[in-house]
Design a protein around this ligand. Structure first.
Ligand code: SF4
Length: 274
């Protein structure tokens, strides 16, 4: 006599423990009219107002810190980042993300100025980088320190950077806030990428974070093959220059939380071109 038939429960698809959103694999699309990159990413015309005026393609998604319910968002909401670190020195720490406005908070020297992947993120909540944000972020980092005294990680700048080189005072004030935050919040860890020139005044202030807080901060300089502080783009896996290709892009790991390479290895991280 056959046993009872057991039906599995219906479940809403999710990304599992690390993230809310299931992994979506996009088929590569050919470039078309110069509007889309190899994987379908939007590339803006150099004369597009968002490119010329240094702003996002979605100005309605930008809010000030005083309007935002929170600046630091649980990494569970980010498919690429993940919720909690599973390996390495930061193992067990929860991850939070910070999103600024792309281009407005970036140096124009960024190689992805027209092809920023923010062009494909209409629903991201972007925060305006200004004095209000600096004060509010400092406050939220203090709260996270109290909530997670054993350690927490901020993936800074899902979009955006440490500020525009055209407003160096604001950019340096913002970088200075991170310096103070590391001093005041021993639980704080941070990793990010920047398009600033490491030899510029702003770039040197960012590098100082890496040096002064070497175990807790790792900002990599985009487009620079400089080992522990470098991040470059390569066309394909055969074009590797001796660094390590992001394992999340090759399917060797799930997300940053399960990888940890960007803040732990001494080799340049290589990203496959979109
Ligand atoms: S190398 Fe690892 S930590 Fe760096 S971006 Fe890729 S998945 Fe994230």
């Amino acid at each position: 006599m056959p046993g009872p038939r057991v039906y599995s429960k219906r479940r809403i698809p999710s990304g599992g423990f690390q993230h809310r959103i299931p992994k979506i694999v996009h088929a590569a699309k050919p470039a078309r009219d110069g509007k889309r990159g190899r994987s379908g990413g939007v590339v803006l015309h150099p004369a597009h107002p968002a490119v010329v005026d240094a702003r996002t393609l979605f100005p309605g998604s930008v809010i000030g810190a005083d309007e935002s319910p929170r600046l630091l968002i649980d990494g569970f909401n980010s498919r690429k980042v993940g919720k909690r670190v599973t390996k390495g020195a930061w193992k067990g720490m929860p991850i939070f993300t910070l999103t600024l406005e792309e281009r407005a908070a970036c140096p124009r020297s960024c190689a992805q100025w027209e092809a920023c992947y923010g062009n494909n993120m209409p629903f991201a909540r972007r925060h305006r980088l200004d004095e209000d944000l600096i004060v509010a972020l400092s406050y939220e980092l203090g709260i996270k320190q109290r909530q997670h005294p054993g350690g927490f990680v901020v993936r800074a700048h899902i979009l955006g950077d440490f500020g525009s080189a055209e407003d160096p005072d604001l950019a340096l004030t913002y970088v200075g806030m991170w310096h103070v935050a590391f001093q005041e919040n021993p639980a704080l860890r941070m990793f990010s990428y920047t398009a600033h020139d490491p030899a510029s005044v702003i770039g040197k202030a960012i590098r100082a974070l890496n040096i002064l807080f070497a175990d807790r901060c790792r900002v990599r300089f985009s487009g620079r093959d400089m080992g522990s502080e470098g991040a470059i783009v390569v066309d394909d896996v055969n074009s590797s220059r001796g660094g390590v290709i992001c394992p999340a892009q090759t399917g060797a790991t799930d997300c940053c939380a399960t990888c940890a390479l960007c803040w732990s290895m001494d080799r340049t991280v290589e990203f496959l071109r979109h």
